[in-house]
Design a binder for this molecule. Structure first.
Ligand SMILES: Cc1ncc(COP(=O)(O)O)c(C=O)c1O
Length: 334
């Protein structure tokens, strides 16, 4: 793990958690109280919003572009806002956008966290799902003040085991150990033993290479279909890894309306309005290509296609496109 993240952790720096999600919840428990403020990317991971909100905080969304969170905007907030206790970021294959930060912003973020003495939670569950280019060092690897915490997950082994970790300075991790005892005493021992045995017997890197190949192929087909069939006014990300891509429709089109049309055909996706903690941008949604067999992503390959004229609108992307047009230009059947 140290090799992957560019860190130098030992066992005092790590707490095994019930998935990354528990690392987020414990971070709320350790750092947040009523009235505290959490700066985060805009948009950000919905379940982190829920976890932190339950400790009474509110959020300031920091503008985020192709290269990550805008550091000037973050500094302005840190300079002018009281009660900022925690900054939350997902720098690699972000959920929901699939975007990855460049190398400069993690360095700047560690500088700011030291200058303003604010903790940062770097949520990094998708680090290993990289399809192209080199893995970037984690934000934690630049940390000299001991303010950065980093969560990860054994999603790479198998989803559903819900075993993850949080790493950080040993004095902070000690606090996490204490609050975790109040939550669940310990993580599932059998699941941990199963993973440990797997790591002993098999080559996890070989397994990662295998799944990355599968996901990359699905990403490629999804992007190819979207490039080919989506009208120019629909924007989307081309992630270098991870499990999903993010789509922005014209302002006036609601992703929820498209979803309700898609559900009629058992096609689903995640509308992302609620991934913005302070304002719902309902023209956005997220597609997970990871869970969709290749022949069901492309157009014209779906078993429920009963109407000949819908032939070109029958795969996952195809029906999405059809639903988009049904919402934009409602049909008058009479
Ligand atoms: C950004 C992010 N953090 C944390 C999690 C939770 O991961 P885990 O299943 O390891 O609890 C997810 C899962 O979707 C995620 O996308």
């Amino acid at each position: 793990m140290n090799e992957r993240l560019g860190t130098t952790f030992n066992k005092d720096n790590i707490l095994v958690t019930h998935g990354s999600q528990q690392g987020l919840d414990l971070s709320g428990k350790v750092f947040l109280d009523d009235g505290d403020i959490v700066p985060c990317e805009s948009p950000t991971y919905l379940a982190a919003i829920s976890a932190f909100k339950s400790y009474g905080c509110s959020f300031i969304e920091i503008p985020t572009d192709e290269n990550g969170m805008n550091m000037e905007a973050l500094e302005e907030v840190l300079n002018s806002t009281e009660n900022v206790k925690l900054i939350y970021v997902i720098p690699t294959f972000q959920n929901p956008t699939g975007k990855t930060w460049n190398l400069e912003r993690p360095k700047k973020l560690t500088e700011l966290s030291a200058k303003y003495n604010v903790a940062v939670v770097e949520d990094n569950p998708y680090n290993e799902f990289r399809f192209e280019r080199e893995t970037l060092p984690s934000i934690k690897s630049f940390d000299t003040a001991g303010n950065i915490l980093c969560t990860g997950s054994f999603l790479i082994f198998c989803p559903g085991f819900q075993i993850g970790w949080i790493t950080g300075d040993k004095d902070i991790i000690r606090k996490y150990v204490l609050v975790k005892q109040g939550t669940d005493l310990q993580c599932n021992t059998i699941a941990q033993m199963t993973i440990a045995e797997y790591l002993k017997r098999y080559d996890i890197d070989k397994h990662i290479r295998k799944i990355v190949k599968v996901y990359k192929k699905r990403r490629d087909i999804t992007i190819k279909c979207m490039e080919h069939y989506f009208p120019d006014n629909i924007e989307f990300t081309r992630p270098e890894g991870g499990l999903f891509t993010w789509i922005e429709l014209p302002e006036e089109i609601s992703a929820r309306e498209i979803l309700s049309k898609c559900l009629e055909r058992k096609i689903t996706f995640v509308p992302c309005g609620s991934f913005f903690p302070n304002r719902n941008r309902e023209n956005t949604f997220r597609i997970n290509y990871s869970n969709m067999p290749e022949d069901r992503i492309d157009l014209g390959n779906c078993d429920w296609n009963i109407y000949g004229r819908f032939y070109y609108f029958s795969g996952f992307i195809g029906y999405l496109l059809l639903a988009y047009y049904l919402v934009k230009y409602p049909l008058n059947w009479s």
